[in-house]
Design a protein around this ligand. Structure first.
Ligand code: ADP
Ligand code: MG
Length: 270
């Protein structure tokens, strides 16, 4: 099972768009995918077509021990499941104060080994919820918007990842930095992308998610880009990202573990 935290303390950089559409791309390939919405704004939950404000049970109930993961999970389809959130999750910072609260999500995921991928969509702060994701994860994927101010926050984020690795989760690894919302007509975007690749040559994904209005429209229909606009640039880019991610994971598994990444556990989607 690959557990990936999608994190960046900046808002509007494509974390939620990437979590949902990368999850959908992997599910289409036949993998069983669990999405976890760690943001009280619940954009991921709404993107999945679920009325977050009407939910009685959310991730918060799982973290406080009032519900099990299975009681809270919503099934988008056979391959794609979601642990939803809503505004109530904003209480997390206040209520998750017991020693070891950083480990609650990891504990909740224990025993749910039927998933090939767990993708965790973090809120735009490095608080207790993001730390829970980093502790539960094995890999970190950082979406970035290609502008210099966005790049400035990256060092702080990588420092936090390093601290979590040192103190709480020694197996945590950076999986890659993903350039999102890339507008090919803007020189500024080419320059920022170039300087990112210079600074993190190994880490920046070859795949770039281009600016594509269909990606911004799909959430209002509760659809993935593959349902809403299957031939769009957005669909092509997220499909390419899923392919590159699988290759990266395979090369890492070979390095760390003699067993190669398994084949999908579920049936191939039509
Ligand atoms: P985050 O989760 O990091 O706050 P989102 O994924 O919600 O960021 O994206 C912020 C906004 O930008 C949303 O309105 C989303 O629909 C839009 N968006 C994200 N990626 C793209 C893209 N590649 N092209 C066009 N709009 C995008
Ligand atoms: Mg978001």
């Amino acid at each position: 099972m690959a557990r990936i935290a999608l994190i960046n303390q900046k808002g509007g950089v494509g974390k939620t768009t990437t979590t949902f559409n990368l999850g959908a791309a992997l599910a289409r390939r036949g993998f069983r995918v669990l999405l976890v919405d760690l943001d009280p704004q619940a954009h991921l939950t709404y993107h999945a077509g679920i009325a977050a404000h009407e939910l009685e049970l959310t991730l918060l109930d799982v973290l406080t021990g009032e519900a099990t993961l299975s009681e809270v999970v919503c099934l988008r389809n056979e391959q794609l499941h979601l642990v939803p959130s809503n505004l109530g999750l904003s209480r997390a910072q206040k209520v998750l104060t017991e020693p070891g609260s950083e480990f609650l999500l990891r504990e909740a995921l224990e025993g749910h080994d039927g998933y090939d991928f767990v993708l965790m969509d973090c809120p735009p702060q490095l608080g207790i919820l993001s730390i829970n994701a980093l502790v539960a994860a094995r890999h970190v994927l950082v979406p970035v918007y290609p502008e210099f101010l966005s790049l400035a926050g990256l060092s702080q984020l990588l420092q936090t990842v390093e601290i979590v690795t040192r103190r709480l989760n020694p197996r945590l690894e950076l999986m890659g930095v993903l350039i999102t919302n890339f507008d090919q007509r803007k020189n500024l975007h080419h320059e920022a992308a170039g300087s990112l690749r210079e600074r993190f040559p190994e880490w920046v994904f070859q795949t770039v998610i281009r600016t594509n209005v269909a990606l911004a429209e799909a959430p209002s229909y509760g659809q993935s880009i593959f349902e809403y606009a299957p031939t769009s640039l957005g669909a092509q880019d997220y499909e390419a990202l899923a392919g590159e991610l699988l290759l990266r994971l395979q090369s890492r598994e070979v390095r760390h573990d003699p067993k190669p990444l398994g084949t999908p556990s579920g049936r191939q989607s039509p």
